[in-house]
Design a protein around this ligand. Structure first.
Ligand SMILES: Nc1ncnc2c1ncn2[C@@H]1O[C@H](COP(=O)(O)OP(=O)(O)OP(=O)(O)O)[C@@H](O)[C@H]1O
Ligand SMILES: [Mg+2]
Length: 259
């Protein structure tokens, strides 16, 4: 069973506007793969479609992960398969603390059909230990665990929570959109260190970003460029540097020349 995430000729629209126009992309299991591209090219749409966001209509193509076309699965089934989709969870849930939310997410993953959830649930002491360790690594104050989910969280706190969630759920592939937006330098470093600690043979990462700046911290092995709903160029880390230096126009011109 392959741990690669394989996207084949993916098409998606919002209303009657086609946004993804045949995306072909393979994210190798265990690799760090970055997607860059100009504003409005469809990067976040791609992340949303991978997550199973209901606002997008998939009109064609397939997304394969671990032997399944995940387009046929509900978001929670995608998550159980080992995909971590940063924003598949509600923005703010009054009355649910960070700790309760994380425990529920872990237990949902551990649940098995036909078994009493109490049997498969993570023991409380074990959960507390993991939570404490995860928060320490991310330099988070312990009081954070008692706060209500996303209520009044700063941009940096939301991102740290995302990484904490990843640390505890141990997905095999994480999809992250725009991780650098709104992060100060310290938060960026902590988040990047978190990702780097987790990334490796057991976890691949698809990171969507505008900025080379993030890629100074999270070093991708592969870089793909999205433009107008398609992947138009693939390369290694040097491609990100080239885009940082020259912008996107040269690539547009090159593509127009070969069209
Ligand atoms: N909910 C929506 N309703 C209408 N149009 C949308 C919606 N979501 C995305 N779009 C449009 O789809 C196109 C692609 O948007 P998307 O957010 O995927 O781009 P992006 O590559 O992530 O851009 P950015 O770099 O600015 O984050 C844009 O033209 C955008 O206006
Ligand atoms: Mg976006």
């Amino acid at each position: 069973m392959s741990n690669d995430l394989v996207i084949k000729d993916l098409r998606a629209q919002i209303g009657d506007k086609e946004i993804l126009k045949g995306v072909n992309l393979t994210v190798q299991g265990g690799a760090i793969h970055a997607i860059m591209g100009p504003n409005g090219s469809g990067k976040s749409t791609l992340a949303s479609v991978i997550a199973g966001h209901p606002g997008y209509e998939v009109t064609g193509g397939e997304i394969w992960y671990r032997g399944q076309n995940i387009l046929e699965l509900e978001p929670d089934e995608r998550s159980k398969l080992g995909l971590f989709l940063a924003f598949q969870y509600p923005v703010s849930v009054p009355g649910v603390t960070v700790a309760n939310f994380l425990r529920a997410a872990i237990n949902a993953h551990r649940a098995e059909e036909g078994k009493d959830p109490k049997e498969t649930a993570i023991p409380v002491a074990e959960f507390r230990k993991q939570l404490r360790e995860g928060m320490k690594l991310l330099e988070m104050d312990e009081s954070f665990a008692r706060r209500y989910l996303n209520e009044g969280f700063s941009g940096g706190e939301k991102k740290r929570l995302e990484i904490l969630q990843m640390t505890m759920l141990k997905p095999s592939m994480a999809v992250m959109d725009e991780t650098d937006s709104g992060l100060d330098i310290d938060a960026l470093r902590i988040v990047a260190e978190g990702v780097n600690r987790l990334a490796g043979p057991n976890m691949g990462v698809l990171v969507i970003t505008h900025y080379q700046r993030l890629l100074n911290y999270i070093k991708p092995q592969f870089v793909s460029v999205m433009m107008d709903g398609r992947i138009v160029r693939e390369g290694g880390p040097e491609l990100a540097l080239e885009l940082e230096e020259k912008g996107y126009d040269w690539l547009r011109e090159e593509l127009a020349g070969t069209a």
